[in-house]
Design a protein around this ligand. Structure first.
Ligand SMILES: [Zn+2]
Length: 252
């Protein structure tokens, strides 16, 4: 006995500027067990009570609504075999089969790991939280500067993320601000990024976010980052807490 994977493809009718095609994804995909390919085909025909063609000439396409594709599965076809295996959702443990998702035209997700989009999102959110926790001890909040060597002008910023990530974000995800404009309109070799203070909270510190901003403010003034540099606004005590707590959101 062998396993045979099959796909029933439906015909997509010809349009004004399009020839008839076999539509993707298939209408149905399944697996049957049989001694040989011919018996596998007989099983499928019986299951659907019709004779499916396995080959259709382009000129005959209008005569056929479906096309059957059969392939014998071998041990090494793991990516196909996995579709038929009971899989536990990595978030909630619900058992699903990927093949059922593929066969459901209304499925909300074809994720291999999660039963629903909600589970996928929940897992992603927790990953982000874990990323933050892992890095909290390792990467303390810092005040950094980005300095243009040719002009001596600086941009001062704060971050509670690993500071290399913040640097990367400035370079990779520029906005229209004057800092990013200058950054993207000159050679990267004209810039240096450095940490100028590692935040050490005072014993009696009740509002860490406000303290970081206070230190940032100190450096913005000390380095004339607004008056002569690339900062647009002076940091104020009113810090957006959502920006502090979300590690992947950019801090201005
Ligand atoms: Zn789930």
């Amino acid at each position: 006995m062998a396993n045979f994977y099959y796909q029933i493809k439906g015909r997509q009718p010809a349009g004004p500027n399009r020839e008839a095609e076999w539509a993707w994804p298939p209408v149905f995909s399944g697996m049957v067990e049989a001694d040989n390919r011919k018996l596998a085909k007989a099983q499928i025909d019986e299951l659907y009570e019709r004779q499916f063609p396995q080959r259709v000439l382009r000129t005959d396409m209008t005569d056929h609504a479906y096309l059957l594709h059969i392939q014998e599965l071998h041990e090494h076809d793991t990516y196909l075999l996995r579709r038929f295996e009971d899989t536990a959702c990595k978030e909630c443990g619900t058992v699903f089969r990927l093949i059922d998702k593929y066969n459901d035209p209304n499925t909300e997700t074809t994720s291999h790991d999660y039963c629903t989009e909600a589970c996928k999102q929940a897992a992603r959110f927790r990953d982000v939280q874990e990323f933050r926790l892992v890095n909290e001890g390792r990467a303390p909040a810092v005040i950094y500067q980005v300095r243009q060597k040719s002009t001596g002008r600086v941009y001062v910023g704060q971050t509670t993320q690993p500071f290399t990530l913040r640097w990367w974000q400035h370079v990779s995800n520029p906005t229209a601000c004057k800092f990013h404009s200058a950054l993207s309109s000159s050679d990267i070799t004209d810039w240096e990024f450095s940490v100028i203070e590692v935040i050490a909270y005072p014993q009696d510190c009740v509002n860490r976010a406000a303290y970081i901003t206070q230190r940032e403010s100190h450096w913005v003034e000390a380095l004339s980052a607004v008056d002569a540099g690339f900062n647009t606004i002076r940091p104020t005590g009113a810090v957006d807490q959502t920006q502090i707590s979300l590690p992947l959101a950019g801090l201005a």
